[in-house]
Design a protein around this ligand. Structure first.
Ligand code: BGC
Length: 748
């Protein structure tokens, strides 16, 4: 496409027209200039292409497609190549159906377990979110189909999602919420980014220049288009000025007219419109420069892939006395409505109309030792006969597997959960069965953590998440050992809802939600508070065992500009082939700023046969050691010791190594009379200036210190260090003039 020439030929009206959609699912084109109106569709864990009546709530029909494991499950695979493959396959399905952009992936942080869309989001960790998103984007876009990374930004709850203001401090925004998007933009350049409905620090995302232009484009180098979430547009001209390109859905002529009017009246500079138009044309060009017709939707193939992927995602949370895998020779009671009608996706705009679904009972058809009892109704209603029959069957079998989790009504776009409990009837059923059947296993279908009051009563727990349409085959193969579980939790399961760090500041009031827990989201909080959790971030068991044998680095001292190579050697010391997610955390034990105990900075999934070992290599750049400094408005690395921790989960660190990182950046300080002696001691010049005064004061205090006994010197020094330098005048150590001179010379 000759974009320059096309732009010269376009009228003002045509240019303004490109900045809003044609209808619910199309961007506009310009027919006379041969620019097609391309189609966008929801997903992102499959294709939701609507050919009939359009809606954004998953209500009306869409074409039969394939539902892959949702983001909550995919993230637990910790497998970039696998996620890339899912993206590539969905990209191919889009090509087969003439869809140019798929609306995903969802990258928002899991701030609260209650968010109704957690199943659409990856994790509570920004590094992991950006890696998973980048893998997905690479996969889809390798098929010349665009993605729309969403929902930018700080859209972490569904409660009042269209009106709430997320109030987040600068450091937290950068370390947690922006970082998830930043990594994926830099690594994978999504074709579009979808801005969210909410405000960020008082300004709607769709009009937020700081986010859409300063962060996204100027700092990160985003090349693509920003589109609104459906209905998130506000003032069209202000949006354009802030960096918003396309308002969706289309069909309303008003926004275009407003742009034309603003240009004509001189209120909007035409260059701003031209910049947006150029970006939009580039985007259309990306999606349309390959002929269609080459691909067809392969439902059977992709259904099989959905099952294979889910086997890599499921997380074995508990496996006491190796209750799993089960033997196909034994009589096993399958219990629970989800065994015949699994929950495998959430509700709302991501809802896929599946051509096939496989329940665990379908998958178990070949096994004549399995009995089935429904046990409960999904809606939670009581049915004593169902309940009793299930307990009876469980008691008469060699083992019982209860398929449980959350009903569809609890996990949906637009609505948050109000608690973290599973339906009472399911909890009671698990309890009663565990009393009569020692080998009880619970299989969970849910998109977000649940409380498990029965956790110590059952021997096994297998978390399937919302695992896509072929979840049944995956569950069967994992339960019976045809596959070995290898997923790890990408989020913490707290013991109870009130343990969650956002608890006191969720869902906010008066359309405002203050993120007062700051950077302490997920494991960052639980680790700092040394709290017991139900299952920690990164946790997941296997049917085999892995031994962490060695950690080494290519250097022991680096400057912050240098890259560090870390090698971790792991051996399969069990009896089965299996996969381990080696996690690399970085900890800054002597930081002068408040930092989490450890943060994930690398991971690598390896496959090993029994007795086999391998070395995983990690590259750490300066960002792995940095925190966001609000004085610099930038990332900063402090000089000092850092600990590299390799582990099987955030709470199961197997090997550590200490290295020294030297900073090359000084944080600028301006001293005033309110600066403390401790502030001065942080720089060489300050320490030199204040040293004689400190010595004099300590000498003068000698007598008191004797009277106070041992440890008094240390205490007095700490007391003095906290004194503002202005108080030196009060104590007669300096005159006011001397103090002013001292401050001036320190600041020079
Ligand atoms: C959702 C988006 C979705 C869009 C189009 C909105 O309500 O928040 O995630 O892509 O609708 O259906």
């Amino acid at each position: 496409m000759d974009i320059k020439r096309i732009m010269q030929e376009m009228t003002l009206e045509e240019k303004a027209g490109l900045c809003s959609g044609k209808d619910f699912w199309h961007f506009k084109g310009v027919e006379r200039l041969g620019i097609p109106a391309i189609m966008v569709c929801d997903g992102p864990h499959g294709l939701r292409k609507q050919e009939g009546e359009a809606d954004m709530m998953g209500i009306n029909e869409s074409i039969p497609a394939v539902c892959f494991p949702t983001a909550s499950a995919l993230a637990a695979s910790f497998d970039r190549e696998l996620i890339r493959k899912v993206g590539e396959t969905i990209g191919e399905e889009c090509r087969a159906e003439g869809v140019s952009v798929i609306l995903g992936p969802g990258v928002n942080m899991k701030r609260t377990p209650l968010c109704g869309r957690n199943f659409e989001y990856f994790t509570e960790d920004p590094y992991h979110a950006s890696e998973a998103a980048a893998a997905f984007i690479h996969g889809v876009q390798s098929m010349r189909v665009g993605t729309s990374m969403k929902h930018f930004l700080a859209n972490n709850q569904e409660y009042e999602r269209m009106s709430s203001d997320s109030v987040v401090d600068e450091r937290t925004l950068h370390e947690i919420y922006l970082a998830a998007f930043e990594g994926a933009v830099k690594n994978a350049q999504p074709l579009t980014v979808m801005c969210s409905y909410n405000k960020i620090n008082g300004i709607y995302a769709a009009e937020n220049h700081e986010m859409l232009t300063e962060e996204l484009r100027d700092k990160w180098g985003f090349q693509g288009c920003v589109i609104t979430d459906w209905g998130a547009g506000k003032d069209r001209v202000a949006g354009l000025e802030a960096g918003l390109d396309i308002e969706m859905p289309g069909g309303n002529p008003m926004p275009d007219e407003k742009i034309v009017e603003a240009v004509k009246s001189g209120r909007l500079r035409e260059e701003i419109l031209d910049t947006a138009v150029e970006r939009i044309l580039k985007m259309i060009d990306f999606c349309t420069d390959t002929p269609d017709g080459k691909y067809r939707f392969q439902h059977e193939r992709d259904h099989a892939l959905a099952g294979a992927v889910e086997k890599e995602c499921a997380v074995l949370l508990k496996n006491e006395e190796a209750v799993l895998p089960l033997s196909e020779e034994k009589k096993v009671a399958f219990i629970g409505a989800f065994a015949s009608r699994p929950r495998f996706q959430g509700s709302g705009s991501s809802h896929i109309h599946c051509k096939y679904t496989t329940s665990v009972l379908d998958a178990a058809a070949k096994n004549s030792h399995i009995t089935y009892a429904q046990g409960y109704h999904e809606d939670g209603s009581e049915d004593q006969a169902l309940f009793e029959e299930a307990v009876r069957q469980a008691e008469n079998a060699d083992a019982a597997v209860i398929f449980a989790g959350l009903p569809a009504t609890m996990e949906s776009e637009g609505v948050d959960r109000t608690h973290m409990a599973m339906p009472e009837i399911q909890n009671r059923l698990i309890w009663e069965i565990a009393k009569v059947q020692p080998d009880t296993v619970v299989v969970l279908y849910n998109g977000s953590p649940v409380e498990m009051p029965w956790v110590s009563e059952v021997k096994g727990i297998l978390e399937m998440y919302l695992g896509g349409e072929n979840v049944g085959e995956a569950a069967y193969d994992l339960l019976f050992g045809n596959a070995n579980p290898c997923g790890k939790l990408a989020e913490t399961f707290p013991l109870k809802l009130s343990d969650n760090p956002s608890h006191l500041n969720y869902p906010g009031y008066d359309h405002t939600v203050e993120y007062k827990e700051g950077i302490y989201v997920g494991y960052r909080y639980y680790d700092k508070k040394e709290m017991e959790v139900l299952f920690p971030f990164g946790h997941g068991l296997s049917y085999t065992d892995f031994t962490y044998e060695e950690i080494r680095t290519d250097k022991n001292v680096i400057s912050e500009e240098e890259e560090l190579t870390v090698t971790v050697k792991v051996k399969n010391t069990g009896t089965r082939s299996g996969k381990e997610v080696i996690q690399l955390y970085v900890s800054d034990p002597e930081s002068t700023v408040d930092r989490p105990v450890r943060e994930l900075k690398g991971y690598c999934k390896v496959e090993l046969k029994p007795g086999e070992s391998t070395e995983a290599e990690f590259k750490l750049g300066r960002r792995a050691f940095a925190y966001y400094n609000v004085l610099l408005h930038d990332w900063h690395v402090e000089t000092g010791e850092f600990l590299l921790q390799a582990g099987s989960s955030s709470r199961d660190i197997r090997l550590s190594k200490s290295i020294q990182v030297n900073s090359t950046t000084e944080v600028p300080v301006t001293y005033t009379k309110y600066s403390t002696i401790k502030d001065l001691l942080k720089t060489a010049k300050g320490a030199e200036t204040v040293a004689p005064m400190l010595a004099a004061m300590q000498g003068a205090n000698g007598q008191t210190s004797d009277a106070m006994g041992e440890g008094a010197d240390e205490m007095l020094r700490a007391m003095m260090e906290s004194m503002p330098i202005g108080t030196l005048v009060n104590f007669g150590a300096l005159t006011e003039e001397e103090l002013d001179q001292m401050i001036q010379s320190l600041n020079d």
